[in-house]
Write a protein that binds this ligand. Sequence first.
Ligand SMILES: NC(=O)c1ccc[n+]([C@@H]2O[C@H](COP(=O)([O-])OP(=O)(O)OC[C@H]3O[C@@H](n4cnc5c(N)ncnc54)[C@H](OP(=O)(O)O)[C@@H]3O)[C@@H](O)[C@H]2O)c1
Length: 278
Amino acid sequence: MILVTGATGSVGQHVVARLNAEGHAVRALTRRPDEVAFPEGVEVVGGDLAVPASLGTALTGVEAVYLLAMGDSPAELLDTIEQAGVRRVVLMSVGFIDDDSEVQPNAIAATHWAFEQAVRSSGVQWTFLRPDEFAGNALQWAQQIQAGDVVHAPYGEAHTAPIHELDVAEVAAQALVDEAHAGASYHLTGPESLTHADQVRLIGEAIGRELRFEETPAEQWRERMVQFIPAAIVDSLLGTLAAAVGHPAGVSDVVEKVTGHPARGFAEWARDHAADFR
Ligand SMILES: NC(=O)c1ccc[n+]([C@@H]2O[C@H](COP(=O)([O-])OP(=O)(O)OC[C@H]3O[C@@H](n4cnc5c(N)ncnc54)[C@H](OP(=O)(O)O)[C@@H]3O)[C@@H](O)[C@H]2O)c1
């Protein structure tokens, strides 16, 4: 049995679907099991990663876990997972972890680093997925694009190598079933470095409209976002974007090596999600 946490999330839903389609026994974890539907054959279980004691049923008979770094007690969570007899964990981490330093560059990296450390310290086999920006982050602009042709946001010239959620999910699914990936930290990216302004233009091409990016001062964006997201997270995101202005992002070949096909480009992602922007 494979337990997929974050099973309702942008990546987890595809991990579930892929494993299920390949004939693996899959259990999907969510905090709201009565509200969500999964493909036939998938077991659904309630549980909260922030409350490790809530995971007893979810972990029963499980060999491998796709794990999100959620909750405040990574050591207790990993202890619970190991005690349940799980052999392998594939952890969703982030691309900007600094392996050469005990002090991580920002709060998001620090949280994921703490989960990586807890996984390493446990007795389980592990694989760390360290994706660059998800292409799906562009959905944050959907409302603006539905309403007009201009996206207002900070750091339009920041480069990232956005990755399609299907590619992350395919790598995760492989790592869950094949122990050849044990001990690997996979930096996952899309196939090309793009600025956020490039992404907006490519969404325009996918929906047949000419879209453009207009710069919002970072401080103004910060003031708005801290109403919804913890300030440390907002500052992590802004700091990462500011540092990426004018610096093309590194592109990794891990997706192709693990899945056997090239990583999907942002233009393909935008076509797959065109309906979200119309
Ligand atoms: N966005 C990026 O650019 C980026 C880049 C690199 C890495 N990441 C990683 O990707 C993760 C998000 O993955 P995603 O995009 O697939 O998810 P998502 O679409 O953001 O959805 C969040 C998921 O987390 C689950 N969740 C939240 N709190 C939980 C808790 N306390 N216990 C159990 N489940 C909980 C939700 O499940 P329910 O609501 O159903 O319970 C939902 O499935 C981030 O946390 C980060 O680690 C993101």
